[in-house]
Design a protein around this ligand. Sequence first.
Ligand code: SAM
Ligand code: SF4
Length: 326
Amino acid sequence: MTMRDSYSRRIDYLRISVTDRCNLKCVYCMPSGGVRHLRENEVLTDEEIVRIVRAACRHGLRKARITGGEPLMRKHITGLVASIKETGVHELGLTTNGIMLSGLAGELKNAGLDRVNISLDTMNPGRYRAITNGGSLDRVWKAVEDAGRAGLSPVKINVVPVRGLNDDEIPAFASLTFENDYHIRFIEFMPAACDGTWKRDKCVSSAEVINRISVLGSLERLEFRGGGPSRNFRIKGARGVIGIISPLSDHFCTFCNRLRLTADGKIRPCLFSGINVDMKTPMRNGASDRELERLFCRAVKLKPRRHLLNEDITSGHLKAMSEIGG
Ligand code: SAM
Ligand code: SF4
């Protein structure tokens, strides 16, 4: 069954946050003092997540992505990946900072994971430590290699360029596509609850990213928004792909096909809206599968037409990205 929201958008993608905890504290994602963590019994169990995904699959869910916090910190993540894949989702991805991925890549692939996105904002070890509050860049590079070897390909690398922090590395990241079949995805820096780090002038617009990359060669446009928010390009002669994601300068709300499930069991129809539908409380009070389906459909219908961050930054109901899954 195809699910359409109130604006006739087909909704077939769920981002599932499996934990609000993280082993890093990236400056653009979390406040330096950290966030209040959920207690263990506030977080959905594996069975609860799988029940929600099953209900969603009966209403047209085709793609899911596991995220967090850092999803690989969740106990028995491989088993959860296998159970989610068994619900019948066609494509299952996972977004990770890569710190714990290296030893798990093969297991995750065998459990049914199709693809992985690894977040990496700099190729300089000292800068990486500073941005992430102590992370080891070597471990992330190893994860990139091991993920490719395990067949979690194409490996996608998420880069958030922030002016004055890492934007000087935009051409170097793009150049990685000459020798590798990676997808390098530049995501505009979005406002989040992170010590006021976000300022409009720190956000490097997608237009500027494209401009800075174009010195490397002519950019060939690939398919138009291949089912996701990314506009894709290839530099002439390169093996890999450049993805441009513009949630602010060219918001893709018109094409948005996604909902988010938070670690504590709320469906958020939009990253920047305070609207949510609680699935956990009814489930723990004995809701039937039909009732869960009805709640899921209600969340779809509540999806706002678009976010209003460009008009009014205070409209964003901002939380740390780690709390809602980025
Ligand atoms: N911990 C995992 C990771 O870092 O990949 C998954 C969760 S993280 C919240 C998901 C994605 O959100 C990452 O690619 C991260 O770079 C991105 N992100 C976090 N804060 C952001 C912000 N303020 N603007 C744009 N992207 C952000
Ligand atoms: Fe953790 Fe990912 Fe946020 Fe960095 S971006 S603090 S790795 S959740």
